[in-house]
Every structure is written in C-alpha cells, then in structure tokens.
Design a protein around this ligand. Structure first.
Ligand code: SF4
Length: 203
C-alpha cells in the first residue's frame, strides 16, 4: 500500500486574481508616448544603468497593439489629445497608463489654451510621476507603484474601468458624425462640457 499523500506539501491553493495579476505585473509591455524632454529621460531608464528590464518591462515595440502600459512622456496639446485616445484604444487589454512629468500630468508650466491641462482628462491614468523631468529613479518608482496597484486589482474591476473609456470614445464618434466636428473639436467640446458639469474627465 502506498503511504498516504500529504497534501499539505503537494498542493498550493491561491486565488485566480492573485496568479493572473502576478503574471501581469511582471510582464508589462511599454508603449512610450513621447512628445518632449521627458522622453529623453525615459531613454536612460531603458538603458543599462537603470535598466527597466529588471522589472520585466523591457519589450518595447512602439506598436499599441503589442503594448499594455502607456507612458506619456511630455507635453500633450489639445490637437494631440484624440491621437492619444486612439493609441490608448488600440492597445491590448488590460492596459495601464503612467503619466510622467508635470507636463503630462497637469500641463505643467504651459498654462495655455493650446495645451491639455492633464492627460487624465481624456484617458484614465493609473500612476502619476512628478518632476520636470522626473529622475529615472522616480520613473522606476512609478512603475513599482503600478505593479503594487496591479497586484491588488480584481479582474472585473479593470474591465469596468476600461469600459467607461470606450463609452466616451463612442460619444466622441457620435459628435464627429452628427455635427461634422473634427476629432480635436469633438474632444475639446467634451472637455468643456465636462468642465461645465463640474467633472474632471470626459469618461
Ligand atoms: S515635465 Fe519638464 S522635462 Fe518633462 S516634458 Fe515637461 S518640460 Fe520637459
């Protein structure tokens, strides 16, 4: 007779969320949306001294369909806002956004009508990295904060989060077709409308 199995040694129990999130947080694929000097700082984060690949996030393809972590690195103008939204929409799901530097996070010193006063008005942001430009260590800290966030997420929560963005994209398309607006005009109108209603975002 074989001796009785001691299941305590042979079986490991856990939750599905935990296993999936563990895999997700250690295999992020970056999509750099670099528009200004913060993108230069990001180059050093990817290079050998700081080496973001230590965190499992080195597979950079510059293709939204092969990425799940967008890093917005620099000033984003109102004209560029619909482009940012399109690229975010094209990224693989689930997806996350890190806003790097004051320009991306709040418009920074560009308090002008032409500059988007924070990308979180048009796409959902998960982590903000302060600074002008943030040091490479700050960017890595931002990535670690995102990993912590992913670790705690439930799978359904992430779906709801993204679906609100897609609804706003449909509203944008509707405005473009029904009123003959350009994507820039439609997004601008949605931002102004949200502001009138006391909302900080359009989704
Ligand atoms: S935050 Fe500073 S370094 Fe980054 S894009 Fe803006 S001006 Fe350049």
């Amino acid at each position: 007779m074989p001796s009785e199995l001691n299941l305590n040694d042979a079986v490991l129990t856990t939750r599905l969320d935990t296993v999936v999130n563990w895999a997700r947080k250690n295999s992020l694929w970056p999509m750099p949306f670099g528009t200004a000097c913060c993108a230069i700082e990001f180059m050093s984060v990817m290079a050998s001294k700081y080496d973001m690949s230590r965190f499992g996030a080195e597979a950079m393809r510059f293709s939204p369909r092969q990425s799940d972590m967008m890093l917005v690195l620099g000033t984003v103008t109102n004209k560029l806002a619909p482009v940012l939204r399109t690229i975010y929409a094209q990224m693989a799901e689930p997806k996350w956004v890190i806003s790097v530097g004051v320009c991306a996070s709040s418009g920074g010193m560009y308090r002008t009508y032409a500059t988007l006063q924070g990308i979180d008005r048009v796409v959902p942001v998960d982590v903000y990295v302060p600074g002008c430009p943030p040091r490479p260590e700050s960017m890595l800290y931002g990535l670690m904060k995102l990993q912590e966030k992913i670790e705690k997420e439930s799978l359904s929560m992430r779906k709801d989060h993204i679906s609100r963005f897609y609804e706003s994209l449909e509203r944008q398309k509707e405005l473009e077709t029904s009123r003959g607006l350009s994507p820039q005009q439609a997004v601008r109108e949605m931002i102004l409308d949200a502001g009138d209603r006391g909302l900080a975002t359009i989704f």
